[in-house]
Design a protein around this ligand. Structure first.
Ligand SMILES: [Ca+2]
Ligand SMILES: [Ca+2]
Length: 358
């Protein structure tokens, strides 16, 4: 009699928790004229630590061969005989036990010398991916501004070293608007490598992350000057779904002052004048910083004072006085405020001399 054993999935296949395997023992008594004893053991002691054998699935194709199983699942017992010129099969199913309930993660099953071994893979370590930007995703940028991108490949929850599965950082929506500087590239671990691809429009991240560790890849990019950008949307995607998008705009802040009643209206004692300062960024496509407003207001006040002095001392009109300050500033390569301060200082000195003469 010839005996053999097969499994489905076959010997050597890696199993995962919950997976089922069907074992088939074949007892071949063909080409003979006498029955043959089938009394034998299928050793499942190194199987039952990792898998649960389904007792109800244990069957024999011929009642001449009876089957049973040890209470602890350590063997399957065959008893009886195989009739002349017949083949009898014995089958049963087993299911991989859940994580934390298995033995050596090697399900070995031997019928005589005929063994099958299925290794059970531990669950793949959860490699967590993320991408951040500084300033954060969605922040509006302006020409010349820098963004630092950080990609994190996190295996801090893993118990084994995890391979990095060829991750792409796609800069194709970024490089039309920003210049990415690969000289600023920094990788926190030598186990991870980064290689530019597709004309530097993306790069591939490969390697592995040790158990319990977290690897970061960072680089900086700078917004291109106004007029040299693409769609003014700097989009950057890591591993397809981890994206940041920074809109890019141009502030066009204009500063103006008006009064009610308007400039040059003759005022009388008791008249009330309302001044309105306007900061106009209505044509701008980015927020305009107003950090030097106090300075600008102070400058404005000084220039107004100088204009008044020029008007009274020279008989210039207000626009003439303004243009004189503007032109003098350009000629002397000074700011209008500096020229205005000069006018005021000169007027004070003149007055002081006059006062002394009195
Ligand atoms: Ca085992
Ligand atoms: Ca873009």
């Amino acid at each position: 009699m010839i005996t053999s054993k097969v499994s489905d999935p076959p010997d050597g296949t890696r199993l995962v928790p919950g997976q089922q395997v069907t074992y088939t023992l074949t007892l071949d008594n063909t080409g003979v004229t006498t029955p043959s004893a089938a009394n034998s053991l299928d050793n499942t002691s190194d199987l039952s630590d990792d898998m649960t054998i389904d007792r109800s699935s244990l069957t024999s194709s011929n009642p001449s061969v009876g089957v049973g199983m040890a209470n602890d699942g350590s063997y399957v017992l065959l008893q009886g005989s195989v009739p002349a010129n017949q083949r009898v099969t014995v089958t049963y199913r087993a299911t991989v036990k859940p994580d934390g309930q298995r033995g050596n993660n090697s399900a070995k099953n031997c019928y005589g010398d005929d063994c099958t071994t299925h290794l059970i893979s531990p669950p793949p370590p959860p490699l967590a991916l993320s991408k951040t930007a500084d300033p954060p995703d969605g922040t509006q940028l302006t020409a010349g501004q820098q963004v630092t991108y950080t990609m994190t490949i996190d295996n801090s929850a893993g118990t084994t070293e995890a391979p990095v599965p060829y991750l792409i950082d796609d800069m194709s929506g970024l490089i039309d608007d920003m210049t990415a500087s690969m000289s600023t590239l920094n990788i926190s671990s030598p186990t991870v490598t980064v290689a530019p691809e597709a004309g530097n429009s993306r790069f591939a991240v490969t390697g592995s992350v040790p158990a319990g560790e977290r690897v970061t890849v960072t680089y900086r990019a700078t917004v291109k000057p106004d007029g040299q950008r693409g769609d003014n949307s700097a989009r950057n995607c890591f591993a397809t779904t981890h994206c940041t998008t920074h809109p890019i705009g141009t502030p066009t802040l204009t500063f103006s002052k008006s009064s009610d009643p308007p400039n040059e209206t003759r005022l009388y004692a008791g008249n009330r004048v309302t001044y309105t300062l306007s900061l106009d960024n209505s044509t701008g496509t980015a927020a305009a910083p107003v950090t030097n407003l106090t300075d600008r207001l102070a400058s404005r006040k000084i220039i107004d004072q100088a204009k008044g002095l020029l008007q009274s001392s020279t008989g210039m009109t207000e626009p003439e006085a303004f243009r004189w300050i503007q032109k003098t500033a350009m000629d002397l390569r000074k700011s209008m405020r500096e020229v205005a301060e000069g006018v005021i200082a000169h007027a004070k000195n003149t007055k002081a001399v006059e006062d002394d003469e009195d």
